[in-house]
Design a protein around this ligand. Structure first.
Ligand SMILES: [Ca+2]
Ligand SMILES: [Ca+2]
Ligand SMILES: [Ca+2]
Length: 325
């Protein structure tokens, strides 16, 4: 049975009980989330495999939280979603852990799961021993039972957003309040305070339905540098302060520098630092802006930098014909 038919079936049952019908298209959150009326919440199944910590982070970046089904009804929905979207997968992360204190399993709201719904597999959670790797994170198996396991295992996961928690950032047409519009109102930016590698920065902007900023002209370069400098003082971890990750690369063809939207680098801002690009190593395939306002090719997955995500603000008309650039 598909999730759609499950939702419709549940909807009909609920209608029979005097509740309103489940509608999938309204209200709206992100286009990649599906609304389920009996939970008054939106859900997204992530097929890609991630560690528990990354699953937690990606749900946050999307504005939601890693789903922990707190009721039998939501657990049933969870299993149906997994069967529909992940047919060959047996184990899926849920938003529960004992990272705060051993053996106290809490959900992402910090509430001990034994107070809501905690269907552990027989014999689980296995208590830590001196000889075993700690199992601080919780997965749900195909039999809908919970198991604690090492957090760095890679599993698919489901994110959830409660309808009542949605805010709309109208100027930037996103639920994410951290985006702010440019002076001319044609694009929006979000400055991240967590330094990341180029590849992680790309993935994070993508999760936010935005893109790693593409520097179109000198004015935008200066703007991005000013914004990043304004948050430098509030970043306490160690990272490369000379670079800002930006959206160009030569990953697809060595020496062919393009923006992440496939435009020739020469069609956007491309004032190289002296002696650049040097492509010292094969891994120097990713774009950075120096704090002096010049560009450089750097490694994609080693040094961590600050970055800015960018969103074009399209009119509804433009959004319907996505190939306009
Ligand atoms: Ca276990
Ligand atoms: Ca731009
Ligand atoms: Ca270089």
């Amino acid at each position: 049975m598909s999730v759609k038919s499950v939702i419709l079936t549940l909807g009909c049952i609920l209608v029979g009980q005097g509740h309103s019908r489940i509608v999938e298209t309204d209200p709206k959150y992100r286009t990649d989330y599906q609304y389920v009326r009996h939970q008054d919440a939106f859900y997204k199944v992530h097929r890609e495999l991630r560690s528990w910590h990354d699953a937690y982070l990606y749900c946050k970046l999307e504005g939601g939280s890693l789903l922990y089904p707190k009721t039998v009804e939501e657990s049933t929905l969870f299993v149906e979603m997994v069967q529909e979207f992940l047919p060959n997968i047996t184990d899926v992360w849920v938003g529960a852990h004992d990272l705060f204190a051993t053996d106290i399993y809490v959900d992402t709201d910090g509430i001990e799961i034994s107070q809501s719904y905690a269907p552990w597999s027989p014999g689980e959670p296995v208590a830590p021993s001196r000889w075993s790797t700690p199992e601080h994170c919780v997965e749900m198996r195909s039999d809908s039972k919970l198991n604690n396991i090492e957090c760095d295992r890679r599993r698919p996961f489901v994110c959830k957003k409660l309808n009542r928690n949605i805010t709309i950032n109208a100027a930037c047409r996103t639920p994410d309040a951290a985006f702010f519009p440019s002076e001319d109102g044609t694009r929006c930016y979000k400055v991240h305070r967590l330094p990341k590698t180029w590849m992680d920065a790309f993935a994070i902007c993508n999760a936010e339905q935005a893109y790693l900023s593409i520097i179109n002209d000198k004015k935008e370069a200066e703007f991005i540098i000013k914004e990043v400098k304004s948050v430098l003082e509030s970043v306490f971890t160690d990272f490369n302060k000379n670079y800002i990750a930006i959206g160009f690369h030569d990953k697809t063809a060595e020496g062919l520098y393009e923006t992440i939207h496939g435009q020739d680098l020469n069609s956007v801002y491309h004032e190289w630092s002296s002696g650049q690009p040097d492509a010292k190593r094969d891994s120097d395939d990713c774009g950075a802006l120096t704090v002096d306002g010049l560009i450089d090719d750097i490694d994609c997955d080693k040094q961590r930098m600050l970055f800015v995500c960018e969103r074009d603000i399209k009119t509804d008309e433009e959004a319907r014909s996505p190939n306009q650039n």
